[in-house]
Design a protein around this ligand. Sequence first.
Ligand SMILES: Nc1ncnc2c1ncn2[C@@H]1O[C@H](COP(=O)(O)OP(=O)(O)OP(=O)(O)O)[C@@H](O)[C@H]1O
Ligand SMILES: O=P(O)(O)OC[C@H]1O[C@H](OP(=O)(O)OP(=O)(O)O)[C@H](O)[C@@H]1O
Length: 295
Amino acid sequence: MDRKNSSPPENCRFAIPKKGRLHDKILQMLKGSGIEFRREPRLDVALCVDLPITLVFLPASDIAKYVGEGNIDLGITGLDIVKESQVEVDHVMDLGFGKCKLCVQVPSDDNITDVSTLAGKRIVTSFPELTKQFFQPFDDELGVETKVKFVSGSVEAACGLGLADGIVDLVETGTTMRAAGLEVVADIISTQAMLIANTHTKHIDIIHLIKRRLEGYITATKYVMLVYNVSNELVERAVAITPGKRSPTITALDDGNSKAVSSLVLAKEVNQKMDALHDIGATDILVLDISNSRM
Ligand SMILES: Nc1ncnc2c1ncn2[C@@H]1O[C@H](COP(=O)(O)OP(=O)(O)OP(=O)(O)O)[C@@H](O)[C@H]1O
Ligand SMILES: O=P(O)(O)OC[C@H]1O[C@H](OP(=O)(O)OP(=O)(O)O)[C@H](O)[C@@H]1O
């Protein structure tokens, strides 16, 4: 019988959040990095095309544990989950998205400014380990025991429902927190999505290949190529505006009086760079998107 979700045993197993905040961004990143796969409807295992990788779609909160215990070689999840899972994994690379903070939050009406006043009280969270670790020093000092209760979602509702005196939850824009009438009284950790690997994996080569591909994609999305012409006497000033990642490429034009310059520029700075080049007299300024890279 053809088992559609069977994975060749020699494949590197790579876990991806099956839904939630990180899911779409990761799929976009895999596509941009040329890590293509075929996923049958409703199956959580997919084989990659042209690469010995089996993708496994799992809840984000389970991925660090699977990677730490070696059932999975490689995974993408948040640093918050890695810390909460209390497993040892290799931090292969930060991915630059999924950025937020894990914070202690209290009802704004309670006017609490000192987080130690919550020690011994009731805290509801999806991060019980990190919460206990945070309150332990206060508990030890004050001789109390903070009562930490786990819920898997809708943490922000706990205070309003009378179940908690405070919560520990993620905050990015603060919209969820403010809508629930809460405010931050202390930060616990800053987090972002990261690529993690099992410390004893035998798939080091494929992990390095995935890392290079993701780095290439991330760089490509951060930078654009700025191309322009400038007269010989202005080249030095122009290059000071666009020094490039390493250095710009400068080619002589046939007219003998000017140069063509190509330089990598951070996408978020490109308009300011174009204005500055225009102001010194550069012409034919073009911005080219980069779809992928190896640096
Ligand atoms: N508002 C946010 N901004 C940025 N990153 C976030 C945000 N919320 C969560 N994350 C990151 O995404 C990870 C998964 O959170 P998410 O809320 O998507 O979990 P989930 O419970 O698996 O999904 P769902 O909420 O759909 O059930 C978090 O551990 C964190 O690293
Ligand atoms: O500060 P904000 O920008 O409002 O983001 C914070 C919210 O985002 C996450 O939940 P998510 O919306 O992913 O849903 P969940 O509560 O079901 O996990 C997190 O648990 C917070 O509730």
